[in-house]
Ligand binder design. Structure first.
Ligand SMILES: *Cc1c(COP(=O)(O)O)cnc(C)c1O
Length: 445
């Protein structure tokens, strides 16, 4: 398993992250456990910010909080000077609860409810990224009621296909997201938005996909955005102050994943933008980007305790752990691949190829197919790398499994940032109607 950030193997032959022995973390907090390398998250934030500073352009780096949205993370991101993307009232609530400055919050999503729009307007968020005509007019009407003017970007679909898994490609034409640039609806959206009295059109947005390892897609999308901006300026007299190129920067999950240094993505985007806008004699807008996975993905490691194993000679050996698709649905959803190691015997030589199964009642509940490990025994501590993004965020209570705790580790200190769910969390929202009460009471031990 590749060792990210501060991960290393210590004198006892244990995996250590942020100066904390993972055996001790497992003993103290239980498993499954999400361990987040705080120094690495901060490093990633700084890489983006520094690359933009070097470009000399005005910018905002907005962390796409959907990758991992909890209050401590919002605090950390604020300390690092980033902005924050939210896509629901729940994420907005989390950010506000954490004291995140509302003016640095951007609200995304293809179906914002009237309630969410009101909540965001009342909070005074920085910007709405408007996805469709329904929302544009709804937002104008609600802003009018509230005697406010909503700052917006229009989300455009540039028709650029990023090279990635089909389910996580959002920039192509057949998409539920955004205004189509090729059939005139993006142009019409600008026309309408610039006439609406309670809308302040700042600029345009695109997001071409996820887990992208090349700069070409961003360059291409950037060029289409620039072409659009110049056409809009000459035909409508509207000049954009902001161009947002979204997120999607790839990270390393397994060998063969070849992410570029964060600075390379930023450099490619900013140089391209700068040269094109300058050559069109267009005042260079602020450039915004929205990394999610690349901020938190490789800083997360999940620790599991190995339980049962099942060896089918000549077929496969299954090794089951105390978690699975409930804490990491990505392999089941996207056939995502992960690397693992035995955290308690990190120096032992690989001896067998096994497949890591979860404990849910689904044959598809597999975390890793075919991973080389030392001889695995019940009680071993298995570490799975790069689980920082879209793991806790996508976790469920399927089979009524309680969501694991999350800890930040740094300089030998471990702090719980999300508590392990309790049985009360599991049944707390259940209601037994009166007509069912007697039996339910009788079955209570
Ligand atoms: C999901 C998303 C992001 C972040 O994507 P990552 O792949 O996590 O970087 C950014 N912008 C928008 C609009 C998104 O939907």
């Amino acid at each position: 398993m590749y060792l990210h950030g501060t991960s290393q193997i210590n004198g006892q032959g244990h995996l250590q992250i942020g100066g904390c022995d993972t055996m001790e973390l497992a003993a103290q907090f239980g498993t499954p456990l999400y361990v987040m390398d705080e120094a690495l998250i901060r490093q990633r934030c700084r890489e983006f910010v520094q690359a933009f500073r070097a470009s000399g352009l005005s910018f905002q780096v907005a962390y796409a909080s959907k990758a991992f949205c909890v209050m401590a993370m919002c605090r950390l991101v604020e300390e690092e000077g980033l902005s924050l993307d939210v896509v629901s009232d729940g994420e907005l609530h989390t950010a506000l609860q954490a004291g995140f400055p509302p003016e640095r919050i951007h609200f995304h999503g293809n179906n914002k409810t009237p309630y969410e729009i009101e909540m965001a307007l009342d909070a005074g968020i920085g910007c709405f990224v408007v996805d469709n005509f329904t929302e544009l007019h709804l937002l104008n009407a609600i802003a009018a009621d509230h005697k406010k003017c909503a700052r917006i970007l229009l989300r455009l679909t540039p028709g650029v296909e990023a090279h990635t898994h089909e389910y996580i490609t959002t920039g192509q034409e057949d998409s539920k997201f955004g205004f189509n640039m090729n059939n005139g609806s993006a142009f019409r959206a600008v026309e309408e938005a610039s006439k609406l009295p309670h809308i302040d059109l700042l600029g345009i947005h695109s997001h071409i996909g996820s887990q992208i390892f090349e700069v070409e897609g961003f360059k291409l999308a950037g060029e289409k955005m620039i072409g659009f901006a110049t056409r809009v300026r000459s035909e409508l007299g509207v000049t954009f102050k902001v161009v947002n190129l979204g997120g999607g920067f790839g990270i390393r999950y397994v060998e063969g994943d070849t992410p570029l240094p964060v600075g390379d993505y930023v450099k490619a985007i900013t140089e391209n933008i700068l040269s094109h806008f300058t050559s069109h004699d267009y005042p260079v807008p602020e450039i915004w980007i929205e990394p999610g996975r690349s901020i938190v993905g490789d800083s997360g490691t999940t620790l599991y305790t190995v339980g049962s194993t099942k060896d089918i000679p000549g077929v496969r050996k299954y090794v089951a752990v105390d978690g699975g698709m409930t804490d990491n649905p990505r392999p089941a959803l996207y056939q995502s691949q992960y690397e693992a190691m035995l955290a308690n015997r990190a120096r032992d030589k690989d001896e067998e190829t096994v497949s890591i199964a979860g404990k849910c009642c689904e044959s598809g509940d597999m975390l890793i197919w075919d991973v080389s490990l030392p001889k695995v025994n019940p009680g071993d501590l298995l570490a799975v790398a790069s689980t920082g993004a879209y793991n806790y965020a996508m976790a469920s209570n399927y089979n009524r499994i309680r969501r694991p705790a999350v800890v930040f580790v740094k300089d030998g200190q471990a702090d719980v940032i999300v508590k392990r769910e309790s049985y009360e969390d599991i049944t707390g929202n259940d209601v037994i109607p009166a007509r069912l009460c007697k039996e339910a009471v009788n079955t209570t031990p």
